[in-house]
Design a protein around this ligand. Structure first.
Ligand SMILES: [Zn+2]
Length: 393
């Protein structure tokens, strides 16, 4: 990185401090971590503000303008809950370092990314780099782990960027596509009867069980559909609720379905597949079904020729000294909103692995935090064509 230096002590202490500020979602309490981060961004010479809304908060820093940028660095403030404290071998909000690993809730997802992005911004500030072009915006948003209220608020305010990097644990793979996720409830109405006279009723539980097995069949059927980076779509039945009393034929049931969609699959096509299975069961069992969409996060994909992919790949190549892996991200994330709602070509890239995310004893490697800061700094330099930068070759 030529004359640019990352401050390793700063990155590690920031990551540890961020972990120590509890931002579990639910309930989602981002206010404290957002104001801590806004102070750090001000220290690095950025304009910084906390956008508080409905008990939630985004933290935004801008080199030029809050309304738009050439490059958006996006990551999230919230974490999933730590769960049972006693299951952890280090305190989940301790930010403890042991054997080169930083432990705690959010270490990988995504407080490590925040710390590495801060480290990149500090390296540029320390190096006296003047960011050119349309500027940079760093946004650490609320509620990524639930309803993505934070990124939706950012885009709803009219904010736009030419390109974006989404900080999530990818083990330095440059992820240019991700699966979508549908959660649907299928409500099945049968008819109650005394269980000594089942022929008088319609057992909704049997219909629900058949539906669940039908979804298993569907998952096998669609396994032939393949995306070069994301593999196959996946359909699962994840919850079945039915029945009221042990001597009654259940008159209702509900099955929750989870579908992981490829970029060329849309909501109505997926619902049609569920409906075909449910209608067949209705006919045979004289039941009635209704399908409700509980959540839909569409898949997205960035054009392979986009400059942000090239800039990210070049940064990884320079820092790691090997060919970067261009890959797909199996989970959903805020990239969906950037691409589908705002047409911002994006990549997902960060330290740590998705296996660590949401797990007990979550950790991220300290050396990966440092490496990620170097990579983010090079991406910023690559996109923003700085007016002045010390030898960055
Ligand atoms: Zn995340």
């Amino acid at each position: 990185m030529g004359a640019l230096r990352v401050d390793e002590g700063y990155i590690v202490s920031m990551a540890s401090k961020l972990i120590s500020i509890n931002s579990e979602n639910p309930p989602g309490r981002e206010a404290e971590i957002a104001s801590f981060l806004a102070e750090r961004l001000s220290e690095l010479g950025l304009k910084a503000r906390v956008d508080a809304f409905d008990g939630r908060a985004n933290c935004i820093g801008a080199s030029k303008d809050f309304g738009g940028a050439d490059l958006l660095l996006l990551t999230h403030l919230d974490t999933v809950p730590a769960g049972e404290r006693r299951a952890w071998s280090t305190p989940p909000f301790g930010g403890v370092i042991r054997d080169g690993r930083l432990y705690g809730r959010g270490a990988a997802d995504a407080k490590g990314c925040i710390a590495s992005m801060l480290g990149a911004l500090k390296a540029l500030a320390d190096g006296g780099v003047e960011l050119g072009g349309g500027g940079l915006v760093f946004a650490a948003v609320a509620d990524e782990e639930a309803e993505s209220q934070g990124v939706r608020r950012l885009l709803g305010s009219g904010f736009r960027s030419r390109y974006a990097v989404v900080g999530e644990p990818t083990s330095f793979r440059v992820c240019v596509a991700h699966k979508g996720r549908l959660v649907a409830a299928v409500k099945i109405a049968g008819r109650c009867a005394h269980s000594s006279r089942p022929e008088l009723g319609v057992n909704a539980l049997y219909a629900a069980a058949e539906l669940a097995l039908g979804i298993e069949e569907l998952s096998k059927k669609i396994s032939g559909r393949r995306h070069p980076l994301l593999g196959s779509p996946i359909a699962s039945a994840t919850i079945l609720r039915a029945g009221e009393k042990d001597n009654m034929v259940p008159g209702w049931a509900e099955v929750i379905l989870d579908y992981r969609a490829l970029p060329d699959e849309d909501l109505s096509t997926i619902i049609d597949e569920f409906r075909r299975i449910a209608e067949e069961i209705d006919r045979r069992r004289k039941a009635r079904h209704e399908i409700l969409v509980l959540r839909w996060v569409p898949p997205s994909e960035t054009d392979p020729s986009s400059r942000i992919i090239e800039a990210a790949a070049e940064a990884v190549r320079t820092v790691l000294g090997r060919e970067p892996e261009i890959a797909g991200f199996q989970a959903t994330c805020d990239m969906s909103y950037l691409v589908n709602e705002a047409r911002i070509p994006s990549v997902i890239l960060g330290p740590g692995s998705l296996e660590q995310a949401h797990s007990v004893d979550e950790w991220v490697s300290v050396s990966e935090l440092i490496t990620a800061a170097k990579i983010y700094a090079l991406i910023i330099l690559g996109i923003l064509e700085p007016a002045y930068a010390p030898d960055s070759s």
